[in-house]
Design a protein around this ligand. Structure first.
Ligand SMILES: [Zn+2]
Length: 82
């Protein structure tokens, strides 16, 4: 399904630059969120932007492949949010 990176309620448009493919669960969890707290520092940061950032710079899989690990405030916050 397509998700608005900047939610429609926040003025995000239905244009290609503001849309990304997501699964239903991530879409539901994200909702209208644009930022959330980094669980390590408590500082609010913007969620991962799939069109402007590279996933591998912010997250990686655990050694057993069962858990996503946030490498940056953006990565940690996005994992918590979604
Ligand atoms: Zn998902």
């Amino acid at each position: 399904m397509l998700d608005h990176i900047i939610p429609e309620v926040a003025g995000g448009l239905g244009v290609w630059e503001n849309l990304c493919v997501t699964c239903h669960s991530c879409n539901e969890f994200k909702g209208a969120q644009m930022d959330t707290a980094d669980p390590l520092t408590g500082v609010r940061v913007a969620l991962f932007h799939p069109r402007r950032q590279r996933w591998r710079e912010h997250c990686r899989w655990s050694a057993d492949g069962g858990t996503l690990v946030g490498l940056t405030p953006v990565g940690r916050a996005t994992i918590v949010a979604l």
